[in-house]
Each structure stands twice: as C-alpha cells, then as structure tokens.
Design a binder for this molecule. Structure first.
Ligand code: FES
Length: 367
C-alpha cells in the first residue's frame, strides 16, 4: 500500500468512526429520552416526572411512596397500582406477580413500568399520607449473633402514627461495595404509643444490601431515612383467641402487638410460638417473657431445634409441628404470622385444616 492509499484508508475509517460516534450521540439523546411526563393520581394530584424512569422511581422523586420490599427488582409485588391510561402493555417481568384478573383491571408493577407517556393511576388514598423522615439511629444493640435492634429517633416535633404490626421502609445509602440506594421493609417492634421513635429488628443476610449496611456500616448517631407506615398486617380489635407465630426478626410485628396489648391491658387468650436453632437465636426472650407475664392469657412457647445436649429442656420442634401439637381447633380464632413465604404457607395449611378461615389469618411475609 502506498502512502496515498494509506491516507485514503485512514480518512475513510476516521469518517466512519466519526459518523458512528455522531449516530451514538444522537441515539443517546433520543432513545430513552421521553421528556417530561405528567402523572395524575386518583384523578386529582398531578406530578411531573422524567420520561424513561420507572413509575415507582418517579413517584418517589415526587415524595409519593408505594410499598416496596425488594428495592424495585420486581420480586415482591408490593408496588402494584392501577393504571387507568398510558403505561403500555403488561411486561414479561410483571406476569409472575400480576394475575390475569389483575391485569384485566389495569394493575401493574410500578417498579417495572417505564413512563413513556402521560399516565393516570389509582392508588390507595392512605399512600398519599405516607411520610419520609430523616431519623437518628441513637442506639444499636446486638440481640442475637445475627440480629441487631436498632432504635431510631424522629426529628424534633415529628410523630409517626402506626398500627401495631405495620412496617417502615429504610433507605440504605451507597457505601463501599454498594453503589445504589435501596429501600427495604422492616416491621416496627415498638409500641404505637411511642410516636417520636421506633425500634426495628434487622437480621444479617449475607450480601443483603440493606442488612450489610446496618450490620457493618451504620453506627450510633448516624442518620437513616425511613418512609412509612405501611401494611395491612396489624392488630384486629376483636375478642377472638390469638395465635402468634414469629421467629428471629419475625418476632418484631407481633412484639409491637404484645406491647400494645400490655399497655392497654387487653387480656385475650392465645399462644405465641417462636423457635430458633440455638438458644442464642431467640431474640429478646427475657424482655418478651416479661411482657407476656402481664398478659397471663397468652402462653409463650419458645422452641429450640438444635440445642447442645443438656442446655435446653423446652420444646424442640419447629413452629409448624408445634402448632399441630398444640392446637386442636382453630375455628373462630385469629392468627398473626410473620416469617418466610414457605413457613407461612405451611402454617396457613395447618390452621385451615384445623378450622380457621383465611380471613382470620393475617400474615407478613419476609422478602
Ligand atoms: S418494588 Fe418489589 S415488585 Fe416492585
């Protein structure tokens, strides 16, 4: 190749790459850039958000909070809302959690839906009352080898009004090894009579973004943003016998209910089953036994499934087997369950076999 040909080839290649760079730049500025879009909520409230964002992200930017327990990954199903217009077709990433009946009504996962046009949505009015606070983690205790008890104080003069059993979402910020902010849900363990602070039990999950933040980075005196309160799992004002089940951090919402009952001298009959593999896996056992002592009609049943020989003389079965043994007839009782989806499904099977109807079973599934 002579110098003239070489120069021509270089010129052509430079032209092609320059053209490609121009095309990519145009694409970046057009594809995925939908401009500002209007979201109308419940026919009244109007918000402006950047097109191309997810609906959930756009709502959060405008301080409208939908429940979310999976950080927008499309796995919890909590962020559902009804889309009246706009929003396009249901996506493959939604079909696992949106039933065909829900889809026919316009129900969508707001964390999956990308806003490309003006949208009208319907959400429960109570979500518009949710608030966000910058709290201070003023005390952090280890209550088991894997569970921390975190006390959060609201800003001066602020109050959180929640029902015993409800939860908040904490915002885990970016930290070394994690470059995204994520919301995660945690049940409130404290009594609703304490309105200027809340208490959470946060278990460590290896590689869990929020749990790693709390267990390895959050220090006493640090701030932590929370949103809430959320949830339809809360104390029901009836006089039915109660069946509580919760182990590990799953004890938290039922602890809030027990505290509420203790403070209000609500003496309903019931049992409370909680299990751990080792004795040290039973969180706050002494404190909960002391609360239960003021509720003599509630029988606390702690079980340890893998205690070292000679260290435990109480029950040793898991909660499902404990329930089968202890409950003959669950008809006209009420159940408050918190735990993994698998455990809850097994418990619901046991209780319905023993006569409990599904509308008497309240549960809070871990995500
Ligand atoms: S936030 Fe969990 S499915 Fe949307």
């Amino acid at each position: 190749m002579d110098y003239l040909e070489l120069a021509k080839t270089v010129g052509i290649l430079t032209g092609i790459s320059g053209g490609l760079a121009l095309l990519m730049s145009i694409a970046q500025n057009t594809i995925g850039n939908y401009g500002e879009k209007e979201i109308t909520i419940n026919g009244e409230k109007k918000l402006i958000m950047d097109g191309g964002d997810t609906l959930l992200a756009g709502l959060i930017d405008n301080e409208v909070f939908l429940p979310s327990a999976c950080g927008g990954k499309g796995t919890c199903g909590y962020c559902k809302c009804k889309v009246l217009s706009g929003g396009g077709q249901l996506l493959a990433t939604e079909t696992g959690l949106v039933t065909p009946e829900e889809a026919a009504e316009g129900i969508r996962l707001s964390c999956q839906l990308k806003v490309k046009e003006d949208i009208q949505i319907e959400i429960p009015q109570e979500y518009l009352d949710l608030k966000q606070w910058e709290t201070v983690a003023y005390r952090i205790d280890d209550v088991t080898p894997t569970i921390k008890r975190v006390f959060l104080r609201l800003p001066e003069g602020e109050e959180i009004n929640f029902k015993p059993g409800q939860y908040v979402q904490i915002l885990a910020p970016e930290y070394q090894g994690n470059d995204e902010e994520v919301y995660r849900a945690y049940s409130i363990a404290s009594s609703p009579s304490k309105k200027d602070e809340i208490e959470l039990l946060i278990g460590y999950i290896p590689e869990g973004i929020a749990t790693t933040y709390v267990h390895q980075h959050l220090k006493e005196g640090d701030t932590l943003n929370i949103i809430g309160p959320f949830g339809h799992f809360f104390y029901q004002d009836t006089d039915k016998p109660m069946i509580f089940v919760g182990s590990g951090t799953g004890i938290a919402p039922n602890l809030s209910i027990l505290r509420y009952m203790q403070e209000n001298d609500i003496q309903r009959p019931g049992i409370f089953l909680s299990a751990g593999r080792k004795i040290e896996d039973l969180p706050m056992k002494e404190e909960i036994d002391a609360i239960a002592a003021d509720l003599p009609n509630i029988k606390m049943i702690w079980s340890v499934t893998g205690a070292d020989p000679g260290t435990w003389d109480g029950p040793t079965e898991w909660v499902t087997d404990g329930l089968k043994k202890l409950v003959d007839d669950a008809k006209d009782s009420e159940a408050y369950l918190c735990g993994s989806p698998v455990t809850i499904e097994q418990i619901v099977d046991v209780l319905t076999e023993k006569g409990m109807t599904e509308d008497e079973i309240f549960y809070d599934k871990f995500q």
